[in-house]
Design a protein around this ligand. Structure first.
Ligand SMILES: O=CCCCC(=O)O
Length: 476
């Protein structure tokens, strides 16, 4: 843990183990923090707040530039740590570190662009001025699936805005968080400005974030279930919240799409991070006239995918996070098959060639998926592509929007006006049009409906950490 500028271990020297999800082996033990350590971290963040908030935007920006340079200089080490701890293939881990570093760079720049404004008054003897100020101490909880970039996506805008922060990383991936904090320390982080509490049990940490009045904002990426609980509890002290929650992304292949381009896009996107992403496509709506060429291209690509530890050459399918995740995926596949879906490929846990020790599931394509199946309604978070045929383009929008989630959606069409109408009509926060990668530090990321509140990245990302203060000046 890193509290008030010091690397610390908890009082009782409690620790918990970190496992390699590809082999089940223990790779490290880390401090298991709780209520006491979180309280200390909040005190440190609170004590550091006024000085950090009063530092010039240029000073905060310089710090973030240095952190960015250090992250890029240490890219390989961070990527190797990520592959070992989280399991994703090394190439994807390298891309994630670059993506994580982008947030440091973007918010180093945005720190200097926190503008207020003046507003004309109807009274000649009055002036209005709008001032942006940091929200205060932030409690942040980050997930295991993107264990570096989800940290910088929260820490960078918070620090740029002049807030101080306490971070609780996912219990499955504390090593990545520790490595990020080593770099922040090296970049010259003042004591208390950013603090790290590693913990096996998120509850005591979350409890402090929710009940300590000094914490003025909560930012969380994770499940909708936990996000709802945090929003409910945070309301007791009217804390600000940013929530990046679950998704159930439709991926739409229109009758005028290029089916090969769409299948290539889906094969890259669906199986990225072994499907463990909130923006992963979960319902693949394919116009029936496109199904044959689309499935042909998709299955030929999926047949060639190699599963294994992310450090091995040629691997594109890493392990799932744990056994519960494997069971959930398998259960959805079995339910779909029992209700009439056709298994094109996959549909089983991988047990051969030493993979039985990790949490591997075969990349899977299901055809003829229908609304009665669990997979049609529930987020999968695994390597399964459920294909749904449709005929009537008028019904498509209703089908795609028929979910409590609203994070990401994808459309493949070569008809510009149709793509525009779908872009406007889809109730999702992020829409890729013939594009599988609509996310960037420069672009607002976030969902509608039960996918969350607020946006991360872009100019919107720093607003989440700012209060708006109005001054009305009488000249009388
Ligand atoms: O699970 C959500 C991770 C988001 C990854 C991204 O920003 O692309």
């Amino acid at each position: 843990m890193f509290i008030n500028g010091q690397w610390a271990i908890p009082e009782k020297k409690n620790t918990f183990t970190v496992l390699n999800p590809a082999t089940g082996e223990t790779i490290a033990t880390v401090p298991d923090g709780g209520e006491k350590e979180t309280r200390l971290a909040v005190t440190a963040a609170h004590d550091a707040l006024d000085t950090w908030a009063a530092a010039t935007a240029y000073r905060r920006s310089d710090f973030l530039y240095r952190a960015h340079t250090l992250m890029m200089d240490n890219l390989e080490h961070l990527a190797q740590t990520m592959t070992l701890e989280q399991g994703k293939p090394i190439k994807a881990a390298r891309n994630e570190v670059k993506y994580g570093a982008d947030f440091l760079l973007w918010f180093a720049e945005e720190a200097k662009r926190v503008y207020g404004r003046t507003i004309p008054s109807a009274r000649s003897d009055q002036r209005f001025m709008v001032l942006k100020q940091p929200v205060g101490v932030v409690g942040a909880i980050t997930p295991w699936n993107y264990p570096v970039s989800m940290i910088t996506r929260k820490v960078a805008p918070a620090l740029a805005a002049g807030c101080t922060i306490v971070l609780k990383p996912a219990e499955a991936t504390p090593l990545c968080a520790i490595e990020v904090f080593k770099l922040l320390e090296k970049a010259g982080l003042p004591a208390g400005v950013a603090n790290l509490v590693t913990a096996r049990d998120p509850n005591p940490v979350g409890e402090v974030f929710l009940t300590d009045e000094r914490v003025r904002k909560l930012t969380f990426t994770g499940s909708t279930q936990v996000g709802k609980m945090l929003a409910r509890e945070a309301a007791a002290q009217m804390k600000r919240v940013s929530l990046e929650l679950g998704g159930h992304a439709p991926f739409i292949v229109c009758k005028d799409a290029d089916p090969v381009h769409a299948a290539k896009g889906l094969s890259l996107l669906k199986f990225l991070n072994t499907g463990q992403a909130c923006i992963s496509p979960n319902r693949i709506f394919v116009h029936e006239s496109m199904k044959e060429p689309f499935l042909k291209e998709l299955s030929s690509r999926v047949f060639k995918m190699k599963a294994g530890p992310g450090s091995e050459a040629g691997v594109s399918i890493g392990p799932l996070v744990n056994d519960t995740a494997v069971e959930k995926v398998d259960n959805q596949v079995k339910d779909a098959v029992a209700k009439g879906a056709k298994l094109v490929t996959g549909g089983f846990r991988l047990m051969e060639n030493g993979l039985d020790k990790g949490h591997f599931y075969a990349p899977t394509i299901l055809d003829n998926v229908t609304p009665e199946m669990l997979i049609y309604r529930e987020e999968t978070f695994g390597p399964v592509a459920p294909v749904i045929s449709y005929q009537d383009e008028k019904e498509l929008l209703t089908m795609a929007n028929d979910t409590r989630y609203g994070l990401a959606a994808y459309v493949y069409s070569q008809n510009l006006s149709k793509a525009m109408l779908l872009f406007e009509g889809l109730n999702f926060g992020i829409i890729g049009i013939n594009d599988i990668n609509p996310t960037s530090a420069a672009a607002p990321f976030g969902g509608m409906k039960e996918s969350g509140l607020g946006r991360e990245g872009a100019i919107e990302g720093i607003e989440e950490y700012l209060e708006t203060k109005l001054g009305g000046f009488s000249l009388k």
